[in-house]
Design a protein around this ligand. Sequence first.
Ligand code: AMP
Ligand code: MG
Length: 269
Amino acid sequence: MSKQALVPKVEDKVHLDEFDPDYTGNYADEDEAKRDRDKDLEKLRDLQEVFYAEQKHSLLVVFQAMDTAGKDGVIEHVFLGLNPQGVHVASFKKPTEEELGHDFLWRIHPHTPRKGMISVFNRSHYEDVLVVRVHDLVPKKVWKKRYDHINAFEELLHDNGTTILKFFLHISKDEQKKRLESRRDTPRKQWKFMLGDLEERKLWDSYMEAYEDVLSKTNTDYAPWHIVPANNKWYRDYIVTKTILDAMEEMKCEYPKPAENIAGIVIPD
Ligand code: AMP
Ligand code: MG
């Protein structure tokens, strides 16, 4: 693939078939990518300590993907080493009746990160222009306006000091087939095998169309999308780790200064 893994510009109309899910950059070899990822994870861990202490920035990491693309796996691998007190993972499932009685962002907003925190979204408000669109769960005139609502919502979060990183884990339809077969045949994975996933798979093309619109219409400077080649789990983990690390390095976090000169303070016996 000649094109970069990252979506370059907001105006671009994304065509997913131009992004190769097998792409592994300069890495020919899994071990090398894993070594680099592990180094990055160590740096990320150190940075998160300062980020947590400083309480000036917040970070929102959004994962969207087709079934089996690795949302759970990447969350486990990337955030495992961080201080769990500073990380909040929110998984968005089918909305409850209460949630459906409100606007689509109502259930999302309470999970956005306060300063010093990282929120990780396993699925997100984007389901409301993906599954909802593909299954006609609301009329087109309703979901069509949601791209603007989403951009405005994300701009609000950005203006409040939240860095937003959005990852689309891009797998091929063939790779999904292999992974579904593996879920079917491997006892420790069978709990994840859902017949409903096969129904969604039949709608693959409609989902790709819906994703292309998401990636084109909501790729903003303040909340960019990253299209992650995800057929190889090790490359997926490497890219996501590196992207988060780069974003956290840019924050230039510093430990807060003590309120006064504490060096001379005597600790009572
Ligand atoms: P999983 O992430 O595999 O546990 O599955 C969660 C399911 O909830 C998926 O089938 C999603 O498409 C579905 N889901 C998440 N958000 C929404 C939503 N806003 N409307 C309808 N279905 C949703
Ligand atoms: Mg699932």
